[in-house]
Design a protein around this ligand. Structure first.
Ligand SMILES: Cc1ncc(C[n+]2csc(CCOP(=O)(O)OP(=O)(O)O)c2C)c(N)n1
Ligand SMILES: [Mg+2]
Length: 816
């Protein structure tokens, strides 16, 4: 809490009543003259046509999924199709109020939103830019296909382009919008403002918030919409995103010129159902979804219920809310009432709703109603509408024929998928403007203090330097952070206690004085949204560093790490980058839920890089590396190392990077290799000393440092020399990443090994209290005993722990 914001007991203990202001419900009143003046007749007709396109598109997919044919075209679409028949007016109305800089994120049910956003934006783009967008996209591959769809004008060509790009993506073709790697639930097209759609319910809420933060922090124009379903209101990350978006600090603490709250609109397409669970009256208690806004901030998030069966009502609301958002008065919540006539998916038997209900909504069909409204107001004749419908079907038919032909050779190959798992680029800065700082770095207290610190832990006479004079592991992290803050104007960092506290473990102490509020801020205790916003910020073009205080809290951000940060580069076919660093600290002394090393979880997920420095030199060099790249990195730090000094090579004052993936030899030896990950390094060095002094076993100690990527060559060279390998880390032994290392080394260097590779980890228990930690975490005695029992007998050695194969078998049998 900033010291200037006093929590005054006399205020907060005062008695009274909280008044909640009213939330408007379906207040829109049609006014054709005003609508015509605003949109023009042409655009009103286009809106109707866009709705027809969506209806035709979704009906076509429904037919292909359920019958395998549509108007004479046969095709077996293997993937999903969550259709939005009935919801067209909500999507089209929304986009009618948006401008080119506005962005729309969506869900598993977003085909209609992609079409609505792209068709509408294409009409708003000047011809030359439209041509350029289509020609430059995927080197013109999508355009080459779209050109085969009959068209009379550039606008019609653009319609074919949007329809084809979307459908080809759904059908997994290489000229689809994401080269077929996104598919139905993740397709998008950023050049026209259609942003990633998300198969994880509510997944777009925090990502879109991050995109809105990107706009605000970097003063970019436009607003961001998170289109999510009514069911997603039950998802923790959605609430977390709302909390992050509604923080008061944007208006109270951030510099005024930044512009206030991030321009984010949480739009709930409220079709009253999840899959079969009815949010209205069954699975939720809000009764009217818009009510939720009242729980968030004094302005009720400007919440409204809007009639999503009337595109003009939606356009009106979005236009009004857009103005508020641009003024920095967000966030906004819209409860856009709609109905999905189609099933959740083609296999849905609608067992959870009555025929009567569906028929009632069909009777109010939005396309028919809007068409009738245009006819009634002489904006179109029924004949024109009918021929429009036929023309839409004809164009779509041409698109479908193209998108279902020669399918096999139209897919990307495996090597392409491999090539987009990481972007692997270097980016000094992600924008050219100067970085905003509060002071020159040379004037920063901590920077100054560090110039006097010992960058090597031992004095020339070999004596240890006292801690207060030592350049520590946390200082290495600080130097990497402040360097990148000064170089890259887009870099922003957030997390719990990141600012005045100085980061939970004092890594950021000193940054508060150097970096303005909007580039370094405290977040709510919302781990999912902390990481999810980082994902949205990074894929929008900024560099984000987010902190999860303890590694154990990754569980709270599981989806954001494992399904979002890791996947958007590859699901976009390399069109998006993910310069996101997630700092997590591996704890101790705080027991079972604060002391776990979960490197194995991260290593298992394709698309994430993972680093784990064990020295101040690497803390700086590896964070420098992470902050210069364009890939998501989970950056493990060790709480027991934060205050250690450098024991291997002095930490340079200037900038340097640790070579990616390369383990480091910390001590040379010829008879045995011990390779470690994280803080276990120091206990391995103690074990090496015992092995050498007491048993004459010359021991090489390697620090793996990297989890993904990891270059095995140096480790294999070491094993070729020693023939023996022990792997040790503080992670629980079962499922430890070190088992992957062991298995790989066994394969790569089988002939060189004199004994099986041994893995030493923590016991497969809870982490006990600090008084008992020694029996849990690997200690030097356990490592030496492991060498004796499983690698090579040590003459005269008496074990103090049990490391026999029989004991390992017993533990396996009992799951401990
Ligand atoms: C985290 C998560 N939980 C469950 C699902 C399975 N699922 C897919 S869609 C859906 C219903 C979502 O309802 P809502 O958010 O209202 O969107 P709608 O389908 O109505 O458009 C469910 C449960 C999922 N994809 N992600
Ligand atoms: Mg729903």
């Amino acid at each position: 809490m900033p010291k200037n914001m006093l929590v005054d007991p006399s205020t907060v203990r005062r008695s009274g009543e909280l008044e909640i202001s009213k939330i408007p419900l379906n207040q829109y009143r049609p006014d054709f003259a005003a609508e015509r003046a605003r949109f023009g007749v042409e655009e009103l007709r286009h809106m109707w046509m866009d709705m027809v396109y969506i209806r035709e598109f979704e009906s076509m997919l429904s037919a292909l999924k359920t019958t395998g044919t549509w108007h004479g075209v046969s095709y077996n679409h293997k993937g999903p199709a969550h259709l939005s028949i009935g919801q067209e007016a909500s999507a089209v109305g929304q986009c009618a109020a948006l401008e080119l800089d506005d962005q729309v994120f969506g869900s598993h049910r977003s085909h209609g939103e992609i079409l609505a956003k792209c068709l509408s934006a294409a009409r708003k783009l000047p011809d030359t830019r439209l041509q350029d967008v289509m020609e430059s996209f995927l080197e013109g591959e999508t355009l080459r296909a779209a050109e085969r769809v009959p068209h009379q004008s550039l606008r019609e060509l653009a319609e074919g382009f949007v329809l084809y790009g979307t459908l080809a993506e759904i059908f997994a073709r290489r000229d689809g919008f994401n080269r077929g790697l996104g598919g139905s639930m993740h397709a998008f097209f950023t050049p026209l403002g259609s942003m990633p759609n998300n198969a994880i319910v509510g997944g777009s809420a925090d990502i879109a918030t991050g995109a809105a933060l990107f706009k605000r922090i970097n003063r970019k124009p436009g607003i961001v919409i998170a289109n999510i379903g009514d069911g997603s209101m039950g998802c923790g990350p959605v609430w977390e995103a709302i909390c992050l978006a509604a923080m008061e600090q944007y208006r109270t603490l951030w510099p005024k010129e930044v512009g206030g709250s991030p321009p984010i609109l949480f739009n709930f397409f409220n079709n009253f159902y999840g899959m079969g669970g009815q949010t209205h009256g069954e699975t939720m208690g809000y009764q009217i979804l818009a009510r939720v806004g009242a729980g968030v901030n004094p302005e009720n998030m400007h919440a409204e219920r809007v009639d999503g069966y009337n595109p003009l009502a939606v356009a009106d609301a979005v236009a009004r809310k857009r103005r508020l958002l641009l003024e920095g008065q967000g966030p906004v919540l819209l409860d856009t009432v709609t109905y999905r006539i189609s099933g959740h998916s083609p296999s849905d038997a609608s067992s959870y709703r009555s025929k009567e209900e569906i028929e009632r909504w069909q009777a109010e069909d939005a396309i028919d109603a809007f068409g009738a409204y245009l006819v009634q107001n002489k904006a179109a004749t029924s004949g024109e509408l009918e021929s429009g419908r036929l023309a839409a079907r004809e164009r779509l038919l041409a698109v479908v024929r193209l998108a279902t032909g020669d399918a096999a050779e139209k897919r990307v190959a495996g090597p392409f998928i491999e090539s987009v798992m990481f972007s692997g680029l270097k980016a000094e800065k992600l924008d050219d403007r100067p970085a905003e700082l509060l002071q020159p770095l040379a004037e920063n207290q901590r920077v100054k203090a560090l110039t006097g610190k010992a960058r090597f832990a031992l004095a020339p006479d070999g004596k240890p330097i006292p801690k207060n004079k030592l350049y520590q592991y946390r200082d290495g992290l600080f130097e990497a952070m402040i360097h990148r803050f000064a170089v890259d104007p887009t870099m922003a960092a957030w997390g719990e206690e990141n600012r005045d506290w100085g980061g939970a473990f004092a890594v950021y102490r000193g940054l508060t004085e150097a970096v303005p509020y909007h580039r370094l801020f405290n977040s709510p205790i919302s781990e999912g949204a902390i990481v999810g916003a980082g994902v949205g910020y990074a894929l929008s073009g900024g560099r984000a560093v987010v902190e999860l205080m303890y590694c154990d809290f990754m569980g709270r951000a599981g989806d954001e790490l494992f399904n979002q940060a890791s996947k958007w580069q590859s699901m976009s076919a390399g069109l998006l980058r993910m310069p996101l660093v997630v700092r997590v600290s591996v704890g101790s002394k705080y027991g079972a839920q604060h002391s776990q090393d979960w490197a194995a979880l991260v290593s298992h997920i394709p698309g994430l890089k993972a680093f784990f420095p064990a020295t101040p030199h690497d803390a700086k060099g590896m964070l420098n590396l992470a902050l210069a790249g364009t890939d998501p990195v989970v950056f493990f730090e060790s709480q027991i190392l934060y205050d250690v000094g450098e024991r291997f090579e002095p930490v340079p004052e200037g900038y340097y990077e640790t070579p990616e993936g390369e383990p480091a030899v910390r001590k040379k030896g010829t008879d045995l290799t011990i390779a470690t990950l994280g803080a276990t390094l120091y206990r391995a060095l103690e074990a090496a000393e015992v092995l050498e002094k007491n048993y004459g076993l010359s021991t090489e100690v390697m620090d793996l440092r990297f989890i993904t990527p990891l270059h095995y060559e140096a480790l294999i060279d070491s094993v070729k020399k020693t023939g023996r390998l022990v792997l040790a880390s503080d992670a629980c032994e079962r499922g430890s990443f070190l088992h992957t290392v062991a298995s790989n080394v066994t394969q790569f260097a089988f002939d060189e090994l004199d004994a099986p590779v041994a893995v030493v980890g923590s016991r497969n228990w809870i982490t006990p209290a600090p008084e008992m930690e020694q029996v849990f975490f690997p200690q030097k005695e356990g490592i030496v005993d492991t060498v004796h029992e499983r690698i090579v007998p040590l003459p005269g050695h008496v074990c103090s722990t049990v490391q026999t194969s029989g004991e390992l078998l017993r533990r396996c049998r009992h799951g401990v």
